[in-house]
Design a protein around this ligand. Structure first.
Ligand SMILES: C[S@@+](CC[C@H](N)C(=O)[O-])C[C@H]1O[C@@H](n2cnc3c(N)ncnc32)[C@H](O)[C@@H]1O
Length: 273
């Protein structure tokens, strides 16, 4: 795929910021299992406008260092602003294409990449890049979605149709919205001993993430139009979904975030569940 599926839009920056915030508790739980990060060097690949920067900043502490990398300069600018607002003094940001990375080989104790395989669909190349940058004994953490739990109660046919179209748009662009399911096998095939956990969010009617199908519909509009082929039909679907998702009786569950991690250079990752 030559161009990143969701590149360069204000709506995408807002979506990623919300996404980072809603998944922060899940990330914190995972880092507790990885162990003590004080003084470590951590990299968040494709950090977007926030990603794991706050979590990693806390995890490595004042003696550690966090680098956030991305190829979208608008995202990096926004990330720099948020890092400054939150006084994340151990966080730096850098333009770096993960597929032609200029970062230090074996330079990081922990590398995290979230929601990268799903849109980019280049899992093997991505993994090769991460493994080259990890120090011996370092930890790789990947987080990717599995769509199966993304549901509304009572059923919301228009929103569910949008969810299905979003999955098709990812497929058509060479990605995979269910990339999370393959993570353990992917790491295992590289000789690693992966651990896996999952998180699903309950989305009450006023939770902004309940509206994720609408946010995606904005970010992916040209792709959805290609699939539906009719602007009026897409607008009608979005309007119906909007109405369904503003119903105060309705709630939902998010897609499943599959969290998979492994330590390089031998044995299983330590830590208790
Ligand atoms: C779906 S977003 C996920 C952002 C962040 N990881 C998070 O979970 O909030 C994907 C991010 O990957 C970045 N990206 C796309 N291609 C990239 C590449 N080749 N190298 C580094 N970052 C890339 C995009 O600019 C975007 O910020």
């Amino acid at each position: 795929m030559s161009e990143y599926l969701l590149a360069g839009q204000e709506s995408e920056i807002d979506r990623l910021r919300l996404q980072s915030i809603v998944w922060e508790p899940a990330g914190r739980r995972l880092l507790e299992l990885v162990g003590d990060g004080r003084g470590r060097r951590a990299l968040d690949v494709g950090c977007g406008c926030l990603g794991w920067l706050r979590l990693l900043s806390d995890w490595v502490g004042e003696l550690g260092a966090v680098l956030g990398s991305d190829i979208d300069t608008k995202m990096l600018e926004r990330a720099a602003g948020l890092a400054e607002e939150d006084s994340l003094v151990n966080v730096r940001l850098m333009y770096d294409d993960l597929f032609a990375s200029g970062l230090e080989r074996r330079g990081f104790d922990l590398i995290h990449a979230r929601l990268m395989i799903a849109p980019l669909g280049r899992a093997e190349e991505q993994l090769t890049s991460h493994l080259a940058l990890l120090a011996p004994g370092g930890t790789l953490v990947l987080e990717e979605p599995d769509c199966a739990s993304w549901r509304f109660n009572a059923p919301a046919p228009a929103a569910e149709r949008l969810v299905a179209l979003i999955g098709e748009a990812f497929d058509a662009a060479g990605g995979d919205f269910n990339a999370g399911r393959s993570l353990p096998a992917l790491l295992h095939d590289r000789g690693l001993t992966p651990r896996v956990r999952t998180e699903v969010l309950a989305l009450e009617h006023d939770h902004p993430y309940l509206r994720l199908p609408l946010q995606f519909a904005a970010a992916l509009r040209p792709r959805l139009l290609e699939l539906i082929g009719d602007e009026a039909a897409l607008d009608a679907l979005i309007a119906d979904a909007e109405q369904e998702l503003t119903d105060p009786e309705r709630w939902g569950t998010s897609f499943t975030m599959v969290q998979c991690w492994a330590r390089t250079g031998g044995g299983p990752v330590t830590g208790t569940r």
